[in-house]
Design a protein around this ligand. Structure first.
Ligand code: ZN
Length: 599
């Protein structure tokens, strides 16, 4: 049972969460980190990722010579930290009136990819339901690609482009509650951008075409027209990719078949049976070979370059243990009808739904390194464990605005520790998590500004995971914690949520007001510091939390490792008796991510 006292209020009926003005964090400090993982890790790695990445023009660790930080690598026009959003940021990031007036039902992305001309062309069919009467909707497509025409039935629709937005106008008012379908024809050469390329026409090490997408940071509209935001998702989707014979396309969902189109091309059809967020939609075109396996009734499919087949057969065996571990904690794999896939790519990896991309050299650790530096990362393949964890957090549960992306990354980083705990026990899991501490920067709040396409900082990963582990200690009852995690996932699966939803659910389930704790870790830069004033003569210690958040109260264990004692610390001074000398009086900082200020 959780011990509560006066400082930990029972849940009031209104737990609507945080209303504070958000501190502004704009793309900058962590621009590269948007894409699922890897930016800082890649930047600091001393090994090359692949020949393709070098040839693609991305900076690589090998080229950089000395380790550099993500902030040094990202370089472009904006300095790190907050800056005012541009008009384009707002058009991209806001859930504006011409997005909010409709709800997505279905996409069919149907394109032809020409590796020689580095050219794509085709049509995206979008079905949506109007939520109010209106005659305009907003879709998005990068200015680098051409709008060829937009049709509703046979009628050609007018449109207006502004930055990356395409406002589609209808000759008659679309009626609330009715569903409509439009066909958006487009073409062009996508501009390669971002750490993982966005859309890359590359070559594999043997010089064969290798074409892939990874566009979390930039958004899917860098290569196909869509409602490019996080809040709304289609219910299902078809993906049809026409490519030259001899190549293989791996996209999301279930493989439905291949159709010969003549003229040396074949179309690969995939069906996504579930909601999917835009940045997860992917194509991977290469000279892949395929092997498969099953976990119970779940099909597992693996696609790698032929020269890597033996290594992959050995390394990808870890997928089963990963799935077993996550299913143990959260329940069934979220996309059973679509199956689970791992697809080799030349960048480190990405959580593309049911087609997780993998570029971790078929080695344990992360790009050849002990990622958390405590001897545990080397026991497993970081990319298989991390990117696949996103199937539960990121793909099934998705943040409704990228400002709250810690729901993807903080949780999935925490899931890594659950995998460790499932395999090797709690002690290793705690050690693994604490290995993340040196990576935390505490420069900007984890939650970025909402509605302006802002990128949260790197702390969303490591600090996010350490914060969730702290919540476990606040719960102070592992059986209850496992049930809470399971129920939390089940409650929100396939939904798009914000931090307020997480907080309200945890408050309700734990019957505590945890809002100030969430706020301190997610909406401020500093972590809580426990101030201690030791009076050895009187055998007392005075304690209180030093925090930014009013009303902050959190139990914490103090004393010695062999004899922890729970105190209900608040922001007010309280005094406890202790026989411990000042130097021996400790705080359980392995289980609570807090600072200690002792005097
Ligand atoms: Zn991730």
């Amino acid at each position: 049972m959780l011990r509560t006292d006066h400082s930990l209020k029972f849940l009031p009926s209104d737990t609507s969460g945080n209303r504070r003005p958000l501190e502004r964090f704009r793309r900058g400090a962590a621009a590269l980190l948007l894409v699922c993982f890897a930016a800082s890790a890649l930047a600091r790695s001393t090994k090359s990722v692949s020949t393709l990445q070098q040839s693609s023009g991305s900076p690589t660790p090998q080229q950089s010579g000395t380790p550099t930080t993500a902030a040094q690598q990202q370089a472009p026009t904006q300095p790190p930290g907050p800056h005012p959003p541009t008009e384009a940021d707002i058009l991209k990031g806001a859930y504006g009136p011409y997005r909010a007036n409709n709800h997505l039902l279905y996409y069919h992305l149907n394109i032809r990819v020409d590796p020689d001309k580095k050219f794509i062309s085709g049509v995206v069919t979008t079905r949506f339901k109007m939520l109010k009467d209106d005659n305009r909707i907003q879709l998005d497509l990068t200015e680098a690609l051409n709008v060829d025409k937009i049709l509703m039935g046979a009628a050609q629709l007018k449109y207006e482009r502004k930055f990356g937005a395409v406002f589609v106008d209808f000759p008659e008012t679309l009626k609330k509650g009715h569903a409509y379908t439009i066909d958006f024809y487009y073409s062009g050469t996508p501009v390669q951008s971002g750490r993982f390329g966005g859309f890359t026409f590359g070559k594999d090490p043997q010089g064969r075409p290798w074409i892939f997408t990874a566009c979390e940071g930039q958004g899917a509209s860098i290569w196909w027209p869509d409602k490019d935001q996080w809040r709304d998702e289609v219910e299902n989707m078809e993906i049809s990719i026409a490519i030259p014979n001899g190549l293989v396309d791996v996209s999301n969902g279930k493989f439905m078949g291949k159709t010969d189109l003549g003229e040396g091309y074949a179309r690969w059809d995939w069906l996504v049976h579930y909601p999917i967020n835009n940045y997860d939609v992917s194509l991977n075109v290469g000279n892949y070979v395929h092997f498969s396996d099953r976990l119970g009734s779940l099909p597992l499919d693996f696609y790698v370059l032929p020269e890597d087949l033996d290594k992959a057969k050995s390394q990808f065996a870890q997928a089963k243990g990963m799935l077993e571990a996550y299913q143990h904690y959260f329940g069934e794999y979220p996309f059973k009808k679509d199956g689970y896939k791992l697809v080799e790519v030349p960048y480190s990896g990405m959580e593309h739904q049911t087609a997780v991309t993998y570029g971790n050299r078929f080695e344990n650790g992360y790009l050849g390194r002990d990622w958390t530096g405590v001897g545990i990362s080397t026991k497993f393949d970081f990319i298989i464990i991390h990117e696949s964890g996103h199937e539960w957090f990121g793909n099934s549960i998705t943040a409704a605005d990228r400002s709250d992306m810690w729901i993807h990354e903080g949780w999935t980083t925490y899931l890594e520790s659950l995998y460790v705990e499932y395999r090797w026990g709690k002690e290793d899991a705690i050690k693994y998590l604490n290995g993340y501490k040196p990576k935390v920067q505490n420069l900007y709040p984890i939650i970025a500004e909402r509605g302006v396409n802002a990128n949260p900082p790197q702390d969303q990963y490591f600090k996010g995971a350490l914060f969730i582990n702290t919540l476990r200690s606040v719960a102070n009852d592992d059986a209850r914690w496992w049930k809470l995690l399971h129920d939390f996932y089940q409650h929100f699966k396939y939904k798009n949520i914000m931090t307020e939803d997480v907080v309200a659910y945890f408050n309700q389930q734990m019957r505590m007001d945890l809002t100030p704790i969430f706020n301190q870790y997610l909406r401020h830069t500093a972590i809580p510091a426990l101030e201690l004033k030791c009076d050895e003569a009187a055998s007392t210690v005075a304690y209180r939390w030093k925090v930014d958040e009013a009303g902050f109260a959190m139990p914490v264990r103090v004393g010695t490792k062999d004899n922890w004692q729970m105190i209900q610390a608040t922001t007010e001074w309280q005094t406890m008796k202790t026989s411990l000398k000042k130097d021996d009086f400790a705080v359980d900082t392995d289980h609570y991510y807090v600072n200690v200020e002792k005097e």
